[in-house]
Every structure is written in structure tokens, then in C-alpha cells.
Design a protein around this ligand. Structure first.
Ligand code: HEC
Ligand code: HEC
Ligand code: HEC
Ligand code: HEC
Ligand code: HEC
Length: 282
């Protein structure tokens, strides 16, 4: 019964005219800015040919998956992982002198991804997972947990009882997930407040960069799969995030002087609170 009261409340809050006015105002002010556009990716001949009729049908879904991925959004293209020349169809695929790597072997995947994700590779290689991969070939590689072409934003939801029970009991994974939880919760709270503020035209870029860096640093630690290390580092990272939160809140206060802004934030925080409440209930 109570959950319905909350859902009705949520709908009312989202539909309030005050909210609409506020969005209108900022949309008029910011809608035509150049950074509003979609990303432009330099795709080259790899994608042209790999989506064409001559392609092995088994491989056709690869470019589709890639277009939904976080790598596509960040302009990481086929040749960034596989090598080869994206401008020359004649030599791009399969010819050694064009720097073509082709499909990496299972054991070689970490080094391929680690060319860009340097800190993560380092921790992974020292982990039980990395050592098992190198010695027996039985450890999970990056693709086991993130996929190769449909890679999405990372979260602790990657740790689940389908993926983590392929090789050992879920117990270890569960303890790890619990250890990550409080820090991840704080990260996602700050992230959703910053996203809403940015969408409303507030200048939060510096804070977003700080949060991105701190998150990236923290998330390398998981890759040691060392629960005690994660626990030992938790206070340190909660402190770092606390400093970012403090600056975020003072920015919020600054924007309160703007017309309707404080009212908007009230609505925002209420909605966030209700969403959290509902999520816990379901
Ligand atoms: C982020 C790195 C990355 C990007 C970007 C990427 N790939 Fe891959 N690709 C891999 C890895 C790693 C493998 C091997 C693991 C696997 O088979 O899942 C692979 C495997 C493949 C395979 C062999 C699949 C099989 O079943 O044998 C093909 C074909 C391929 N990629 C084509 C592409 C094309 C075309 C693009 C661009 C649309 C692309 N890849 C973009 C990392 C990448
Ligand atoms: C003119 C067409 C064409 C172009 C251009 C092309 N490919 Fe391919 N590629 C193919 C075909 C056809 C296959 C499948 C061969 C098979 O059936 O095994 C393939 C297979 C692959 C594979 C998996 C097989 C292997 O050798 O590891 C990868 C990875 C790959 N291409 C990546 C690329 C990248 C990266 C580029 C751009 C630099 C590219 N391709 C450009 C036609 C092309
Ligand atoms: C050419 C550089 C490059 C390579 C190679 C590469 N990535 Fe990435 N990756 C990026 C960039 C850039 C981003 C977006 C910025 C970010 O979030 O770190 C990204 C984002 C990610 C994310 C999401 C991070 C987040 O914010 O939640 C994951 C997961 C990921 N990559 C995994 C992989 C895996 C697995 C491989 C190998 C199959 C790989 N990457 C290879 C450059 C690369
Ligand atoms: C492909 C097989 C495989 C998958 C999938 C896998 N693991 Fe592991 N895991 C291993 C191996 C091998 C070891 C190291 C040998 C051992 O301790 O049994 C290990 C060890 C661990 C350890 C203990 C590390 C230590 O130093 O004590 C943790 C924690 C762990 N895994 C968590 C996870 C989580 C979380 C997932 C899912 C996201 C996962 N594993 C998925 C193979 C796997
Ligand atoms: C056993 C599963 C597993 C393996 C193997 C694994 N990852 Fe992860 N990865 C995760 C999980 C879980 C997270 C989220 C951790 C967290 O929330 O603290 C993550 C987070 C990330 C992120 C996001 C960092 C950020 O800034 O948001 C990147 C990038 C990434 N992994 C890349 C890699 C690369 C590269 C490899 C191989 C060297 C790899 N991962 C191996 C499970 C895995």
C-alpha cells in the first residue's frame, strides 16, 4: 500500500509546473551549445567492410554491438584494439605490415586492453585471476567480465551469481561486492546529482573530472580481487569523496541565488530520496 502512495507522490513531484518552468528556462539558454551534439567517430573502412554483404554472417553483429558500447561513445574504434589501417581497404585486414593484430588469444587479451587501462592491467596481473590466467589459462580475462564489443560503463552489478560462479563459489564474490558497496553508493549519489545539475546548465565540469579520477583510481583496486585491500582502502576513498561532496554542496548553495534553483534542487533531492526508497522496497 505504502509504495503506491510513494509512486503517486513521485509522479506528482516530477509533473509539478515549477519543474517544467525551470527546465524551459535552462533549455532556452543552453540548448544550442556546440557540446550538445552527438559524438563523431572516425570509423574508416573497417566498419564499412565489416557491415557489408561480403562479411562472414557470424561477425555481422560485432559492429552493431560496438555501436552500443562505451568505447564507441569515446571514439575507440576497431583498429584501436585490432590494429590495421582504417584508411586503406586494400591492406587493412589480414596483412602483417599494416600493424594488424587480428583476434587476440584468450591469454593475450589483458595486454591488449591494458594498453589504455594501464592501472587496471597492473593490478589485474598481480591478482589471483591474472596469475591463474598466465599459469593455467583458467583465470577470467577482461572480456569474461566486460565483453569485447558490447562493453558498458562498469558497476558492481558485474559481480553476480551467473558470471562469478563459473569457476568458484559465489561466496568470495559476495564478500567482495559488500566491501565495494559503501564507496560505490557514494559515487553513484554524487554522479546523479552532478548529472542533473549539468543538464540544468550548472558548471560542474571540474567536479565531474575530480569524481571521474577518484572513481577510476578506486576501481583499479577491485582488479586485485583482494578483499582485505579493498576494505583497507575504503576509508581513504570515502574521505576523498567526502571532500568532493563538500565542494558540490557549496556549489549548490551558490546556485541557490538563482531564480528557482533552490526549489528545483529540493524537488531533485526529494525525487532521489523517493527513488532510493522505492528501489530498496522492490
Ligand atoms: C575494446 C577493444 C575492441 C574493439 C574496439 C573492437 N574489438 Fe573486436 N575483439 C576484441 C577482442 C578482445 C576480441 C577477442 C575476444 C572475443 O572473441 O570476444 C575481439 C574479436 C573480434 C573478432 C573475432 C570474433 C570471433 O568470434 O572470432 C572480430 C571479427 C572482431 N573482433 C572485429 C571487430 C570489429 C569489426 C570492430 C569494430 C566495429 C571491433 N572488433 C572492435 C576487442 C575489440
Ligand atoms: C574489404 C573488407 C575488409 C576490411 C576493409 C576489413 N576487414 Fe576485417 N575481415 C574481413 C573479412 C571478410 C573477415 C572474415 C574472415 C573470416 O571469415 O574468417 C575479417 C576478419 C576480421 C577479424 C577476425 C579474424 C582475424 O584475422 O583475427 C578481425 C579482428 C578484423 N577483421 C578486423 C578488422 C579491422 C580492425 C579492420 C580495419 C583496420 C578491418 N578488419 C578491415 C574483411 C575486411
Ligand atoms: C585505445 C584505448 C582503449 C583500449 C585498447 C581499450 N579501452 Fe576501454 N576505454 C577506453 C576509453 C577512452 C574509455 C572511456 C573513458 C573511461 O571511462 O575510462 C574506456 C572505457 C572502458 C570501460 C568503462 C569505464 C567506465 O567508466 O565505467 C570499460 C569497462 C572498458 N573500457 C574495458 C575495456 C576492455 C575490456 C578492453 C579490452 C577488450 C578495453 N577497454 C580496451 C579506451 C580503451
Ligand atoms: C574464468 C574463471 C573465473 C571467473 C569467471 C571468476 N573467477 Fe574469481 N577466481 C578464479 C581463479 C582461478 C582464482 C584464483 C585461484 C583460487 O584462489 O581459486 C579466483 C579467485 C578469486 C578471488 C580470491 C582472490 C584471492 O586472492 O584470494 C576472488 C575474491 C574472486 N575470484 C572473485 C571473483 C568475482 C567477483 C568474479 C565475478 C565478477 C569472479 N571471481 C569470476 C577464476 C574465476
Ligand atoms: C572478474 C571480473 C573482472 C575482470 C577479470 C576484469 N574486470 Fe574490470 N571491472 C570489474 C568490476 C566488478 C568493476 C567495477 C569495480 C568497482 O565498482 O569498484 C570493473 C571496473 C572496470 C573499469 C572501470 C573503471 C572506471 O573508471 O570506472 C574498467 C576500465 C575495467 N574494469 C577494465 C578492465 C580491464 C582492462 C581488465 C583486464 C585487464 C578488467 N577490467 C578485468 C570486473 C572485472
Amino acid at each position: 500500500m505504502r509504495r503506491w502512495v510513494f509512486i503517486v507522490l513521485l509522479v506528482l513531484v516530477m509533473a509539478t509546473p515549477l519543474h517544467a518552468d525551470f527546465r524551459d528556462l535552462f533549455q532556452r539558454q543552453f540548448i544550442d551549445k556546440p557540446w550538445g551534439g552527438a559524438p563523431i567517430v572516425r570509423e574508416g573502412v573497417c566498419v564499412d567492410c565489416h557491415t557489408s554483404k561480403i562479411m562472414n554472417p557470424d561477425y555481422l553483429k560485432i559492429p552493431q554491438e560496438w555501436k552500443m558500447s562505451i568505447h564507441y561513445k569515446n571514439k575507440v574504434s576497431c583498429h584501436d584494439c585490432h590494429g590495421g589501417d582504417p584508411n586503406d581497404a586494400a591492406v587493412s585486414c589480414g596483412t602483417p605490415h599494416s600493424g594488424f593484430i587480428g583476434t587476440p588469444k584468450y591469454r593475450e587479451v589483458p595486454e591488449l586492453c591494458g594498453r589504455c587501462h594501464v592501472g587496471i592491467l597492473k593490478n589485474y596481473l598481480t591478482s589471483g585471476h591474472g596469475k591463474a590466467l598466465k599459469t593455467t589459462g583458467k583465470g577470467p580475462n577482461c572480456v569474461t567480465c566486460h565483453g569485447a564489443h558490447n562493453t558498458q560503463k562498469a558497476s558492481i552489478d558485474i559481480i553476480n551469481d551467473v558470471r562469478c560462479t563459473k569457476c568458484h563459489s559465489y561466496e568470495r564474490a559476495r564478500i567482495m561486492k559488500q566491501a565495494l558497496f559503501s564507496t560505490e553508493k557514494k559515487i553513484s549519489e554524487l554522479d546523479s546529482i552532478m548529472t542533473s545539475m549539468r543538464k540544468s546548465g550548472a558548471l560542474v565540469e571540474d567536479l565531474e573530472k575530480r569524481l571521474f579520477r577518484t572513481t577510476a583510481e578506486f576501481r583499479t583496486i577491485f582488479h586485485t580481487v583482494d578483499v582485505n585491500l579493498v576494505k583497507a582502502k575504503t576509508d581513504e576513498y570515502l574521505n576523498k569523496l567526502g571532500l568532493i561532496e563538500k565542494d558540490l554542496l557549496s556549489l549548490v548553495n551558490e546556485y541557490k541565488f538563482r531564480r528557482n534553483f533552490s526549489a528545483f534542487l529540493l524537488v531533485l533531492f526529494t525525487a532521489l530520496g523517493i527513488i532510493t526508497y522505492i528501489r530498496q522496497k522492490f
